[in-house]
Design a protein around this ligand. Sequence first.
Ligand SMILES: *Cc1c(COP(=O)(O)O)cnc(C)c1O
Length: 383
Amino acid sequence: MHSTSTIQLSKSALMHNLRFIQSLIGDGVIFSSVVKGNAYGHGIEKIVPILESCQVTSFAVFSSYEAVRVKNALKGNQTIIIFGYIPDEDLNWVVENEIECYISDSQRAAKLVNASIETNKKAIVHIDLETGMNRTGLNQYDLQKAISVLKQNKENFHIRGICTHFAGAESISNHVRVQNQFALFKELVAYLGSEGIVPDILHAASSAAAITYPETRLDMVRIGILQYGFWPSQETFIHYIHDKSNKQDPLRRILRWKSKTMDVKTVKQGEFIGYGNFFQANKDMKIAIIPIGYYDGYSRSLSNQGKVLINNQRVSVIGMVNMNMIICDITKLPNADIGDEVVMIGKQGKNELSVASFSELSNLVNYELLTRLPHTINRIQIK
Ligand SMILES: *Cc1c(COP(=O)(O)O)cnc(C)c1O
């Protein structure tokens, strides 16, 4: 069965972005591909095999729920790192399968000792340090407790990494905070060293930091949004491009989201269109019904606001975004008919609707809009 819309994923665009990232970070730095949030809405099951075919060796996710999906999508046994949530009942599975995970609180450390004993394997861990974001990470007090667990149970752990996360490297307004975080991180790494806790690698940078603060690339970068062809923010793009002679965006969007018109009809001047009185025809109009709605991630805030491409032209969403449908004004498209292609994100002919323009309209950032595209939409790989 076909879903009411389709997401096309361009392999060549993804490969292009990976080459860009590799040239940016150089050969000495590990690239960990962040595929949380269903690979930022692109679809873990479709994207991970492409990344694997491009020799990506490390993947990162938020939860054990996502880790098992990545593992099943892989042919090989590349590294999988869990940044975030692991329910207690999944800890043995994590250790058994040599999935790496963060220690962000000392209780996790203690639980991992048990999991290690029960599975007879070492827990492969990254010590997540709180350096000023005040989200996850070991704060001063909890760090002491975690250190004592690690020191008393050395044989149960492989200390793969020490890491932290910056609170907003995508904006210059956080510059001082990021600098302070990085300084504290280095201090704490030295302190852990003095306690005999020395990891294989250090890492801190996500996409924004990897671009804006090259010194934070350390041994590994954790890159999400860039690989999908988006900048973490307009500021990050400007920072990157300002000293380049070629001012063109070096990234390519991977995703194209399309559907088809399911009905085309005319409406007389003065009639209301759709629910309630959100839109009244100010002229005789031709309209198209498109079978996507907020159920498909097309936000209700795009009511009377959104744009789509039909017959290579940009047309407007009129009235409310419904659960399963939107209505568009196609008065200017005399030839439009049932079954015509509709593009919500991506190119059609010479026109393009970028997620960025789209999300500015709806006040969603790229990250949110992408991850809201539901699992149920068919995703197909194209060249
Ligand atoms: C999401 C996330 C990243 C990747 O962020 P991008 O801005 O998409 O590159 C890196 N590290 C951690 C801890 C994250 O949660």
